[in-house]
Design a protein around this ligand. Sequence first.
Ligand code: C5P
Length: 405
Amino acid sequence: MNVQGLTGARVLLGVSGGIAAYKAAELVRRLGDAGAEVRVVLTANAARFVTALTFQALSGNPVRSSLWDESAEAAMSHIELARWADEVLIAPASADCIARLAHGHADDLLTTICLASAAAVSVAPAMNQQMWAHAATQANLALLRERGVRVFGPGSGSQACGDIGAGRLLEAGAIVAELIAARGPRALAGLNFLVSAGPTYEDIDPVRFIGNRSSGRMGFAIAEAAAQQGAAVTLIAGPVALATPAGMTRVDVRSAREMRDAVLAQAARNDVFVSAAAVADFRPQIMAPQKLKKTGGALELSLVQNPDILAEVAALPQRPFLVGFAAETENVEEYARAKLERKRLDLIAANQVGAGLGFEQGDNALLLLWPGGGREQLARADKRDLARRLVARIGEQWRAAREHT
Ligand code: C5P
């Protein structure tokens, strides 16, 4: 699979006011071509040069320009937007925008997001050459650089105002290349990840099934985090209502047996298998060909055990690095460590379920255990944050295991 330089990256593109704002439209395209998901914020002054509609059409997402837009805030608040982003890129960044960022202003949507976001911030300045050379602008940029803000460009040449000199916005392709380079080599580049997610449904008759409350969100977040770190990801999804994260191959299945077949068909060609699916342990012995009718009495269902997918992968002669999950209601660490050993896993992610934790929740807490007494507690957080940390740990353990052999 062709993994692009920004696969899975969530880029918030801030466009500030200046004639170069029109070039940001091309930038949205280029970011998308590199695999990024893009959301655009226009400053009030940018909206005088370009229209929100252009950027909405190019990014495929609503464009925000005000902190005070109630309907937009209801859909995705500025804080959610700040958390959503894993890159904030401001292009063009005007002298005024740079000054306000340097001094921590939060009086419009873009500057507020910059303060509220933990994402890396990059600016691509564009302004008149005299403004660029001004000591105030240079001091503001020095302050930003000191705080880790990346500065892309500017280029030099003839300017819209007729001057010649430094201050031209870099070309869109160059900005994307700088962003890719700044993010550095991704930790999982070259690795193949297989991830299972969601529940399985075991049919009783043509309209009824046995299922469970798994939403699939944890597995999808893991697949997304692995793709963002450069892995080639195959996601085997049970019946869930979730969109496929960018940059991966998805295989949809329904029952445990279908999931088993899909996983086994892929296992040997993957370096890592993360079994995040909540596979049904039992299925009806027979699926009734017609809808079962009420008979006035009890209905007896005979259940048989489903294959243990993880155990089957563990028994393969050439098995991938195996990561399993353990949902426990008590004695989490003790039970999970026993499962790690019994299932011969390389890593287990254990969580306490019940009482508002685990299934169907947006956040979660995980205890990671691996052979030899290794342990890492991931405190309660959004599933996407947890997934990023879990995937980072998998990468580290995978490398350690490889060095060992
Ligand atoms: O033994 P238990 O079901 O608690 O183990 C949970 C782990 O095993 C999860 O990673 C789950 O995806 C996997 N599993 C499986 N096949 C099953 C049941 C669980 O692969 N039939």
